[in-house]
Ligand binder design. Structure first.
Ligand code: PMP
Length: 351
């Protein structure tokens, strides 16, 4: 740090370990094991030759495509450089030092950093002992409300009716529902947008649509709410969705069937993984995400993470209160999950 830093106390995000290349089976960052659809590569190649031109700051074609996919108008959609950026802009739009955010005690870790960077206080509602979220904790919150549905890293989800209870119970505050993992089986609260002006839904192309490296996320809500997020986007980073990514997003939506089929494969591999881990004696939470949250019985989660890494398989472990005994394991292809099975067999066989 230099002598000049005014932000010495910002915490550092620790992402899942990043390794390039094919040497590892990466089950630690909830990416898709499947390549983007063929039209994506062609669209990116077309745009690559036009990088001398600025990209469309309004992301007109992309927003129209997303709106069309969900039966919304284009002014009900905002986009960003990953859903992380959409969330960050939403924090800037709807929270500040005097307007805290209420969120679960166990949830996506980056929220803490967005809040720290903006000086936004966080209030945490503890999940129940079984990691389920009690909607009653969020009714009449008197704060901006935020939670992922399904939650990460647990994979547990609320129904749209439970979310409606929360949205209806906070008429004076924005409720942000992060649906990063909704395509893997949870019930979206999208239909609520028509009836509630305080609901912002955030989604990503990083998981079900195989575009983690392109960085593309979006927010949906009534036009008035989206306009507030757009005001921040305009002020902070208007060109953040580059032209290759805009085109990739449009192409991915045109090939929606491919991604739906991939989601079906992930859901099948998730069922296999859940059963396989239970057969190895893990406690496994029934997940609605593209990952499972599981507690090994035969050895500590930290030790197993190291043993798996030594065999080329990366999984996620947090040395944190309440979840230190658990691993979050991304559901990849069947082949990858069978390799995980074989590795656990060897490790436990030797333990
Ligand atoms: N929300 C949740 C709950 C996540 O787990 C993640 C990624 N790990 C994100 C948002 C951010 O995804 P991205 O910025 O790639 O869209």
């Amino acid at each position: 740090m230099s002598r000049f830093s005014l932000r010495p106390n910002l915490p550092a995000y620790v992402p899942g370990e990043h390794v390039e290349g094919d040497g590892y089976i990466r089950l630690n960052t909830n990416e898709s094991p499947f390549s983007p659809s063929p039209g994506v590569a062609a669209a990116v190649a077309r745009e690559a030759g036009r990088l001398n031109d600025y990209n469309d700051p309004d992301c007109t074609a992309l927003r129209a495509a997303i709106a069309g996919l969900h039966g919304l108008a284009a002014d009900q959609v905002t986009v960003g450089n990953g859903s992380d950026e959409v969330l960050y802009f939403a924090f800037m739009a709807f929270a500040d030092a005097a307007h805290p955010i209420l969120l679960p005690d166990i949830t996506y870790g980056y929220y803490d950093l967005f809040a720290a960077a903006q000086g936004i206080p966080l209030c945490r509602a503890p999940l129940r002992a079984d990691f389920t979220l009690d909607p009653a904790d969020y009714v009449r919150a008197g704060k901006t409300v935020l939670f992922p549905n399904p939650n990460a890293p647990t994979g547990l989800a609320l129904s749209a009716a439970q979310i409606e209870e929360i949205v209806r119970g906070n008429p004076q505050n924005v409720v942000i529902v992060d649906e990063a993992y909704i395509d893997f089986g949870g019930e979206s609260c999208l239909p609520l947008i028509a009836r509630y002006d305080n609901l912002l839904i955030v989604r990503t192309f990083s998981k079900s649509r195989s575009l983690a490296g392109a960085r593309l996320g979006y927010g949906m809500g009534q036009a008035s709410l989206i306009a507030d997020v757009e005001t921040v986007r305009n002020a902070v980073n208007l060109y953040s969705v580059n032209r290759m990514t805009q085109a990739a997003g449009v192409a991915a939506i045109e090939e929606d069937d491919y991604y739906r089929e991939n989601c079906r494969k992930i859901i099948a591999a998730r069922a296999y993984t859940t059963d396989m881990l239970r057969a190895h004696g893990f406690d496994v939470i029934d997940s609605l995400g593209n990952f499972v949250f599981a507690r090994p019985r035969a050895m500590s989660a930290a030790h197993l993470t190291r043993e798996l890494a030594a065999r080329g398989i990366l999984v996620r472990h947090w040395e944190k209160a309440r979840i230190g005994d658990y691993l979050r394991i991304t559901v990849g292809s069947m082949q990858q999950m069978q390799a995980l099975d074989a590795a656990i067999e060897m490790i436990f066989g030797r333990a």
